[in-house]
Design a protein around this ligand. Structure first.
Ligand SMILES: NC(=O)c1ccc[n+]([C@@H]2O[C@H](COP(=O)([O-])OP(=O)(O)OC[C@H]3O[C@@H](n4cnc5c(N)ncnc54)[C@H](OP(=O)(O)O)[C@@H]3O)[C@@H](O)[C@H]2O)c1
Length: 266
């Protein structure tokens, strides 16, 4: 009988925005499963230690590169270095993103541009460059883009972020159709509220002040729960999954009344 193949051992994986939060967990999880990873953030001081930790552990190795996904030249350099060091690329995970919460009438041109350029522009740029490395390769190529439930459902204060994440979902679907004959699968993950430094920062609270996850109406997720989903989507087990958005947000639980939306309404 055929065994399921969730293996990513030996895959060459690029992850953007991996100095903390979901991206760090994705990098660590892939490396623990035997993949080699190329990881970036805007600061070598922040991304270097993550690579050191991965390289000190059992599993695949890590290469850290300073790269701002808002800068095309940076992105080109990051991919080139990653492919050189890892001997090619199989999987690209466009995770870097962020936001601030504000009512639409308070979002300036600059605020709108910065959120859409980081989230949607960064994903566009990285997919564009990824195509050069993944299309018509020796092995199947995989792209995983990080959207959000805010790209699927409207929420107050999230017009810029929601628009950018909705754009990522449609970009993913379109790219999947365009590159399906080129041996590249393109999928999206849409997380609900995940406990990360980025969320705490957005809310202006300390991470330790997040409400107890087991008491909230909809449980707050762990970064590892998104990383595991990314491993599945990159694995041969997901070979027929293409152009999809996978939501990971738990369910509302009866008896727990404490809101988990913390003003983010996810
Ligand atoms: N946490 C959630 O509840 C949640 C829910 C839905 C979707 N998401 C999405 O999941 C992704 C990760 O979220 P997170 O909560 O883990 O965020 P986070 O804790 O703020 O981490 C963001 C990561 O991205 C990097 N980054 C930020 N701007 C960058 C840029 N311009 N170029 C390169 N790297 C950059 C940061 O590193 P440096 O600061 O060192 O550059 C950091 O490593 C984002 O796309 C976010 O929108 C998160």
């Amino acid at each position: 009988m055929q065994q399921p193949d969730f293996g990513v051992d030996g895959k060459r994986v690029l992850v953007t925005g991996a100095s903390r939060g979901i991206g760090q967990s994705i990098a660590e999880t892939f490396a623990a499963a035997g993949a080699d990873v190329a990881i970036c953030s805007r600061s070598m001081d922040r991304i270097g230690p993550v690579a050191d930790e991965i390289n000190d552990a059992d599993g695949g190795r890590a290469v850290a590169v300073e790269c701002d996904v808002r800068d095309r030249d940076d992105v080109e350099r990051f991919f080139e270095r990653a492919a050189d060091e890892l001997g090619g690329l199989d999987v690209v995970i466009n995770n870097a993103g962020g936001e601030f919460v504000a009512n639409f009438e308070d979002i300036s041109e600059n605020g709108w541009d910065s959120v859409t350029d980081l989230n949607l522009g960064g994903t566009y740029r990285c997919c564009h460059v990824a195509g050069k490395y993944l299309r018509n390769g020796e092995h199947e190529g995989v792209i995983i883009n990080m959207a959000s439930v805010n790209g699927q459902h409207a929420a107050p204060g999230e017009s810029h972020y929601g628009a950018a994440k909705a754009g990522i979902i449609r970009l993913t679907e379109t790219l999947a159709t365009e590159w399906s004959n080129d041996g590249v699968r393109v999928n999206c993950i849409a997380p609900g509220l995940i406990q990360t430094p980025g969320v705490a920062q957005t809310l202006g609270i300390d991470e330790s002040d997040m409400p107890p996850r087991e008491q909230t109406h909809r449980r707050i997720g762990y970064p590892e729960e998104i990383a595991d989903l990314a491993v599945f989507l990159a694995s041969p087990a997901a070979s027929f999954v293409d152009g999809e958005t996978y939501t990971a947000k738990g369910v509302p639980r009866p008896g727990n009344s404490m809101s988990n939306d913390l003003g983010l309404d996810r």
